[in-house]
Design a protein around this ligand. Structure first.
Ligand code: AMP
Length: 585
């Protein structure tokens, strides 16, 4: 494992963000998040935005676009002032409530040191709550157009102080019928403000809006590097589309199916690298972390262990992997879709070298589907979307491995001491049955992801018709996307309908992916929930513990809070995956 005490200071890679001209407080914020270098869109969009220029950017989700506009916005609007002086100085318009929350959270993280207050405003949320927050004073508003316009008309959102407006996912906003609302909002902000417009496509209506509302904008598109000429590498390129919370489990399954001899798993940030290395370690993989925060000595040690085969997985950031002297790996895994086709090409180039065969695996979330298509266009190669291996696939694969091990044991001989057992059993049992029982035992010894009884749902890419037409209705839209998520129920204990909690509120069952086999007892669950989420233990209802999972009744109103709190804790030394039990739906 890596010795943290000898790590180099974080500043080693801060230079690239500083060089873009960003305020040191913002540079420190991104360093703390584990970003090692700007993505392409950030490198191109941040300098002109800092200079005060308008920007017209073509970039999809997953490219690092949020930071590309949020960092310069925070740089331009500067640190927060006293509350009585606080006015809205930054406005971001986004198509959906989910994106509003996501962008607001990003702005909050980047701007924390500057004391920035950010408010997401979207339809479906209680107006009173938004009014109270607006009254208290905010620096940045991230809003869906319909609700923003509502506030403007009621004069509850004052925009006279706005210095920068961002239209994020402008194509989506137009598709959702927000064109008129956008016009009205842009008319309500000062003409002197700076404007940035980001869109995945540059269709005519987008260009028309840009022509009307942007002032001599700098055009920013992600560099499209062509595949180097020459012999095409023999690389199988596949992607699995899964929900974020299933990513680690999906990765484990894919690794178990593929059985890589050596693999690099790429993550975006140092933090992700460290977390994933730890999680994989906990699941029995020999994984080592490699990122820009390690000293040369630590890097050398990690590399030595990888080359010697002492570790089988290298979990790395792009920066750390760039200078690596690795001949060839059997598998390259993108834990996230890389932020640009260029980054994808670099990563995947680590496998399939010198005419050898390689596999490039990408885990994508549904919303990153467009990035995959973008990569395909640039590489002119197809990335096959495959289904995550099922429990059945894994069991079949394990049985295959058991068979190979048995063949090896037969070839190796030395079975004499065991024949006596067979002979003594043969008096009573059929010899085939004895052999089958022995195979069963050997097979169940190879524990792994196949023992998780839960299927991992493949997440379908977002479909237009599932999106709300207007943000006012967005509250009801999320359920449809989970429709593939029905678990296999046959191995669960039976349960009744959700009842009422002690305080009379609704009760929800949580599914926790740790059970008897992990040594979990009711006290562990009560302790973790009470301590981590601050829930009164008397509010925790019935607990059922099965071999590999547990079900716990908790007050519905606290369920999300508990799920989040459990995610960052361990029970019996194991990371906890918790979610609402689907029987609740
Ligand atoms: P976005 O395209 O804005 O949705 O960002 C996609 C993901 O990339 C988010 O999880 C960001 O936290 C992450 N990210 C953004 N910029 C960087 C960077 N320079 N280095 C590493 N990760 C980043």
């Amino acid at each position: 494992m890596i010795d943290e005490s000898t790590q180099e200071p974080q500043s080693a890679s801060d230079g690239a963000f500083l060089a873009l001209g960003l305020d040191p407080a913002l540079v420190a914020a991104v360093a703390a998040l584990g970003y090692e270098e700007p993505t392409d869109i950030q490198r191109e969009a941040i300098p002109p935005l800092i200079e005060g220029k308008d920007v017209l950017g073509q970039a999809a989700t997953g490219t690092g676009k949020t930071a590309a506009f949020a960092l310069p916005m925070l740089h331009r609007i500067g640190a927060a002032t006293d509350d009585d002086m606080r006015v809205v100085r930054g406005l971001v318009l986004v198509p959906t409530r989910e994106l509003a929350m996501q962008v607001a959270e990003a702005v909050h993280r980047y701007g924390r040191q500057l004391g920035i207050r950010v408010l997401p405003i979207y339809g479906g949320q209680a107006m009173q709550q938004q009014l109270r927050a607006l009254k208290r004073g905010v620096d940045v508003v991230v809003a869906t157009p319909g609700r923003a316009l509502d506030h403007i008309r009621r004069r509850t959102l004052a925009l006279e102080g706005v210095k920068m407006v961002v239209l994020d996912e402008a194509d989506e906003m137009l598709d959702m019928g927000f064109a008129e609302d956008l016009e009205a909002i842009l008319d309500a902000v000062p003409e002197t403000r700076q404007t940035a417009l980001f869109s995945a496509t540059m269709a005519a209506p987008i260009r028309a809006i840009a022509a009307r509302h942007l002032n001599n904008p700098t055009l920013v598109t992600i560099a499209r590097e062509q595949t180097p000429a020459g012999e095409a590498p023999r690389v199988r390129e596949v992607a699995f589309v899964v929900q974020r919370r299933h990513k680690v489990a999906a990765l484990a399954r894919v690794l178990d199916m593929e059985g890589p001899t050596s693999a690099i798993v790429f993550c975006r940030t140092r933090t992700e690298v460290d977390e994933l290395t730890e999680t994989l370690g906990g699941r029995g993989y020999r994984a080592e972390a490699l990122h820009g925060g390690l000293s040369q000595e630590q890097r050398d040690r990690v590399m030595r262990r990888f080359r010697d085969g002492a570790s089988e997985l290298l979990v790395a950031t792009d920066v750390a992997a760039r200078g690596l002297d690795i001949e060839h790996v059997s598998h390259v895994v993108n834990f996230d879709v890389p932020s640009s086709p260029d980054a994808y090409i670099h990563r995947v180039g680590r496998t399939g070298r010198a005419g050898r065969e390689g596999v490039a695996i990408t885990l994508a979330e549904a919303r990153e589907h467009r990035l995959l298509r973008n990569i395909e266009q640039v590489t002119k190669r197809k990335i096959a979307i495959e289904s995550v291996p099922t429990v059945h696939d894994l069991r079949a694969r394990r049985l295959e491995q058991t068979k190979t091990s048995l063949e090896e044991a037969l070839a190796a001989g030395g079975l004499e001491p065991f024949r006596v057992i067979i002979e003594s059993l043969a008096d009573e049992y059929d010899i085939m049955d004895i052999a089958a029982a022995a195979v069963k035992l050997a097979d169940s010894a190879g524990e792994g992801a196949a023992d998780e009884e839960e299927e991992i749902p493949n997440a379908a890419p977002p479909r237009r018709e599932e999106r709300p037409r207007r943000d006012d209705r967005s509250g009801s839209s999320s359920k449809g996307r989970d429709r593939d998520a029905a678990p296999r129920r046959d191995e669960r204990p039976s349960r009744g309908k959700p009842g009422k909690s002690r305080s009379g509120g609704d009760v929800t069952k949580l599914y926790i992916a740790l059970g008897r086999k992990a040594g979990v007892r009711p006290g562990d669950l009560v302790g973790a929930i009470a301590n981590e989420a601050g829930i009164d233990s008397g509010d925790i209802g019935a607990i059922e513990i099965a071999d590999r999972f547990s079900l716990v009744e908790v007050p519905d109103a606290s369920a999300d809070e508990i799920i989040n709190a459990l995610r960052s804790t361990t029970i019996r030394g194991k990371r906890v995956m918790a979610r609402r039990d689907r029987a609740n739906d």
